[in-house]
Design a protein around this ligand. Structure first.
Ligand code: GUN
Length: 290
């Protein structure tokens, strides 16, 4: 059986950083250090890992970043006051509030408070609206990174049937827009499936490209796909095992079966994950240039 092509986000992200180095250099020449403020509320282990890898990358590139760690019992008011302070702080061109937030805090209210020009996550309604009408300002990092992987490997969506599984504002919804928008590289025919979709496999079996962003380990199986499909796995799930760490990371795709049948597939880790961070850097550089 033929092996599928591994779509390496690690490799694509390296070329993104290469491309960014001139832009970062030009900003530094003008005494502008691209800066990102990260707000992390509570102790969610996955969020802590994500934030650490984001800030590690910023430090490695000698960009400015600071993480504001707040306890999970913080009030909405204190968080809103912090956002307001960061909005006014010219050392920060971007502000990222790591999601999910504790249940007693209204995520929408917090995201709405971020200055849209500093919303490098692209979650503010103004930025989400601009994307939906085809005039994007900041595109959410994970979907933007997926499009960049497809572009790098010259995967053309025009004429293809794309099935997205998951409708979150972070990935599913924006990637359904990006894949179907009428631009070069996109212009696909996109179906958005979600928890309310009956018999999801009737859709996935017809797909030329499947993008899974559900957060359910091994959700997409061999039986749900046709041969030679292209698979983008957005899931990063911890499953317990006997290793020293006590867990390993797996995607939303059942790797063994699907990777044998697909023509191309993103691995976990090393697929979409590194691209999310690269796009965060790119958006922050763009914010600094603006
Ligand atoms: N939680 C999961 N993914 C993301 C992301 O891209 N940005 C933020 N802020 N939170 C997340």
């Amino acid at each position: 059986m033929s092996e599928s092509l591994i779509l390496s986000g690690k490799e694509v992200s390296a070329s993104v950083y290469d491309d960014l180095s001139d832009r970062i250099g030009a900003l530094l020449d003008n005494d502008i250090i691209p800066g990102l403020a990260v707000v992390l509320v509570g102790e969610d282990p996955a969020s802590q890992v994500y934030v650490r890898s984001k800030t590690r990358t910023f430090n490695k590139l000698k960009l400015h970043t600071k993480t504001y760690k707040l306890p999970s019992n913080i009030t909405e008011k204190i968080l809103l006051d912090l956002i307001s302070k960061l909005n006014q702080d010219s050392n920060f061109h971007g502000i990222l509030v790591q999601l999910p937030l504790p249940k007693h805090i209204g995520s929408d209210k917090i995201i709405n408070a971020i200055l849209p020009q500093k919303d490098v996550d692209g979650f503010h309604p103004e930025n989400a609206g601009l994307l939906s009408i085809g005039r994007p300002r900041f595109i959410p990092c994970t979907p933007k990174g997926i499009m960049r992987i497809l572009e790098h490997y010259q995967i053309i969506l025009e004429g293809k049937h794309v099935v997205v599984i998951g409708r979150s504002n972070i990935v599913g919804r924006p990637i359904s827009i990006l894949t179907s928008i009428k631009t070069e590289g996109a212009n696909g025919t996109t179906t958005l499936c979600h928890s309310g979709t009956p018999q999801i496999e009737t859709h996935t079996r017809k797909a030329d490209v499947i993008i899974v962003a559900l957060g359910v380990p091994g959700f997409l199986t061999n039986e749900m796909i046709k041969k030679d499909v292209i698979v983008i796995d957005v899931g990063i799930n911890r499953v317990e095992d006997d290793s020293e760490k006590g867990y390993r990371l797996v995607g939303d795709v059942e790797w063994e079966g699907v990777s044998r049948k697909a023509s191309a597939i993103t691995p976990v880790p090393g697929g979409v994950g590194p691209m999310t961070i690269a796009m965060l850097v790119e958006n922050t550089v763009e914010a600094a240039e603006n």
